[in-house]
Design a protein. Sequence first.
Length: 619
Amino acid sequence: MKRKSIFYTMVLCTVLGIFTACEDMFDLTSSSVQYEGSHDINSPADSLYSVIGVLSKVQGIADRTVLLGELRGDLVDENVNTENDLREIINYNVSPSNPYYNYSDYYAVINNCNYFLSKVDTTVLVSNQPVLLREYAVVKAIRAWTYLQMTLVYRSVPFITEPILSVVDAEKDYPYYTFEDVCDYFIADLLPYVDTEYPNYGEINKIASRKMFFPIRLLLGDMYLWKEDYANAFRYYAEYMYNEELGTVSNGVSVSGFNANTNDFAGLSIFTSTDENICIIPMAESKLSGTTTNLNNIFSSTDVNEGKRPISPSYAWKELAEKQDYAYEQNATTIRHIACGDARAIRDYRLYEWTDGSYNPNLPDEEEWYRINVESKYLVNYKYRNRYPLPVYTIGNVYLRMAEALNRMGDCESAFTILKDGVASVRIVDGNISFMIPTAENTGYKGIHARGSGAAGKNDEYHLPTYEDFVPSSVEPTVTAYLVNDTLYDVSAGVVGDTIVYFTVYHSEDEGEYGQYAVSEWRNPDRKKDKESPDTLIMNVYPRNYLVEKVEDLIVDEMALETAFEGNRFADLMRVAQHRDDPTYLADKVARRKGENHPRNEELFVRLSTPDNWFINKE
């Protein structure tokens, strides 16, 4: 559909008065609310129905946001049942006739937002409080999120901040914005409302209304992360977690009944915190009660698709899960390493069946959760089985993005702490942000990796990269340094830190140049001499960027294990490729969907090595 045709449709809808509140599941007292062009929003009742109407439009982009975020990534793949529309997305050759080529659903959200923002009277006071300002902030956040999702798919889109209400409006030439432009605009647009309290409508269809609104601090964190302003990204993620008192709560999968003879397990326990979802898109339970999600029929074999699921989990995802080391804490002194891999894969696809029809031999046949629909060879993705709210932000993915920002700031240890040990709470004192680590008495929090890989905090196999992991490509670098009162001095750098230490050393192979290196091992670290009579210490060091990228690899893997099939994957790969200034990072991941035992898709690799090909390019 041509761009102006989309905008003409908006005009027609406006003329007919179809800027409505969501029907059925969102219906509070009536089936619709109609606005005319002259209608102002100047009462809490008006604003309530308006916000609910905007949320109804967000439902219309929920499934496509998930699909466009996953089908372009490396965690899913096509199969013999894949519909052509989905196959085109997977293979990056979307045709104009493909319904996903059309971005009109996104503009349905945006135009509703623009209409509300142009009509709401934020000066209205109730008990001397600007009550409509709360909804104003909510709608600004929805608009920002929608634009970001759209530009991550279509790269460059018409940018419109006023409602299209007439044919004249539709005929205007609007500027095109990329996701970089969108981040710049909406950071400035949202910052004044970062402390604005959101409204509370109680429960709507048994879902807390506050979880339907996009937190501004998390949106700012995302946009700063895209801009590679890592300090501000970390700040806004941390501030949100601090304000909401959210740590890495115990959530995930554990195995039980360890069998020493088989090095396997007999049971599976899924434990979920009711507060894991921070922000969701609510979907109706049935079409009779509103807009439903079709994701279960896409990711799973169901009665609706006659057992022929159109999308399969990729072998790359299967292999990633299976190669994880599950640490089973048999008792206080014994850690076993068992063969199940990351248990979140078992949770997500309860029947471990793959596209060739085979089953994982490590899973015992007698378990009830393993026997479900075996006769029909159904495969159920439990993330979407009977799931009506679709997650936008969860505690897990926010902490992983926080780790991504921290790592890129150079604090690799704290980033890794989120993965291995977890965070009981975030503390902010005098503007300084720190983590409270779980203790023996505070066992309700786990590192994100422990959500699927057992006792990660006690697993010596899961550790920060060390010097032994680094194989230098040239002469092993060394540096001469000395200690004074526990403070390290380097002949070229002066005073440096005393934890993970970054300092400047001489490149023996690049005469006259200096570079950043990180200490991995001290030799004789307890020796202390005064500055007047220094004793030298020879230290093994390796490039700082090596450590950053190795921890980032762990974070990216964790994102795949924790948030698979939720619509985040392509954006995660794209962002890291941007951090590294290396489009082949994304290209290689996607071109290896079929796993280690299958050749890389060279045609796809070459195509995706050019970032312009990552997007659905509009006319």
